[in-house]
Design a protein around this ligand. Structure first.
Ligand code: AMP
Length: 281
């Protein structure tokens, strides 16, 4: 595994691989790697000759300074973790490397950044689009891998490729969960033991909601999910919405059940977790 901090060195190396007709897969991350990240890397390894991973805690996508400051940074452990999978290039840029001057780019993300995470974390998806566009233009991968845990982010990245004319195939990968159902997340390591025991209710409720959806209207189900989770005093639902999986607009009924997805954000003390569930069965 080659560890690179410098953009020029990265693009030269990738240029050489591509000149050699090798395909490049890319997995952008913010580090504190877990099995969710590794699932993306493993898929990239299967589908490409070369896999590039980036680790960068991107300041522009944090709308909350405290969240940015306490985001886990365990780079030595991450490098150790990556020894368990094939990783050809690990790119760890500094902030100065990615943001040498003020950015003026604008992205028309349509309705996709106005709802759910976009509504509750103003500026978040601009920061995501900005860093991903910089990384895509640098790595120029054939394929890039994203997790469906951040479902709205996948929709934003697909839109970004369209508006920026990137010829990059976006591969959406399923959510990897802990044995009690909790969606893996770097932020989980910030939970206290007591909080950790209680957060399992989030995914348990989402899972149970699929069954409940057979006998409830969409609005009844939304209320049910929110009240189930809020009944646990460790948990405070920020939003739960059921949306169309391509427009991200709220759905009113179950006529397009196979395209519906329930997305949730929950505060656990000062930690914020997200998860989602499909309603087809
Ligand atoms: P992050 O480091 O949180 O920015 O995540 C980097 C990538 O890993 C994103 O595409 C995430 O959606 C994906 N990812 C994070 N957690 C999971 C998970 N539990 N299952 C699958 N993919 C995940």
């Amino acid at each position: 595994m080659k560890v690179i901090n410098n953009k020029k060195e990265l693009s030269d190396l990738i240029f050489a691989f591509k000149a050699n007709k090798q395909t490049v897969g890319f997995v952008p991350t913010m580090g504190a790697l877990h099995e969710g990240h590794l699932s993306l890397i493993k898929k990239s390894n299967i589908e490409n000759d070369i896999t590039v991973i980036s680790i960068f805690v991107n300041p522009t996508q944090f709308n909350n300074k405290n969240d940015y400051n306490k985001y886990p940074r365990i780079i030595d452990k991450d490098i150790d973790t990556l020894k368990n999978v094939k990783c050809d290039i690990l790119f760890i840029p500094t902030e100065e490397e990615m943001y040498p001057k003020e950015d003026t780019k604008v992205f028309d993300l349509g309705n996709l950044d106005k709802v759910m995470e976009g509504k509750h974390r103003p500026g978040h998806f601009y920061g995501v689009a900005l860093i991903v566009s910089k990384l895509f233009e640098l790595v120029k991968p054939h394929k890039a891998y994203f997790g469906e845990k951040d479902f709205q982010q996948v929709a934003i990245i697909n839109r970004l490729c369209k508006i920026q004319n990137y010829e990059i195939e976006i591969i959406a990968c399923p959510i990897i969960r802990e044995s009690d159902g909790l969606a893996m997340s770097s932020r989980n390591m910030l939970l206290s033991a007591e909080q950790r025991e209680n957060v399992a209710l989030i995914s348990k409720t989402l899972l149970a909601s699929v069954e409940q959806s057979k006998s409830m209207t969409v609005s009844e189900l939304k209320e049910w999910v929110i009240s189930e989770i809020n009944s646990n005093h460790f948990l405070d639902v920020e939003y739960f919405d059921i949306v169309n999986d391509s427009t991200l607009e709220s759905i009113e009924d179950w006529t397009e059940r196979e395209h519906s997805i329930g997305c949730i954000a929950v505060h656990v003390g000062s930690i914020r977790l997200i998860d989602n569930i499909r309603f087809y069965f």
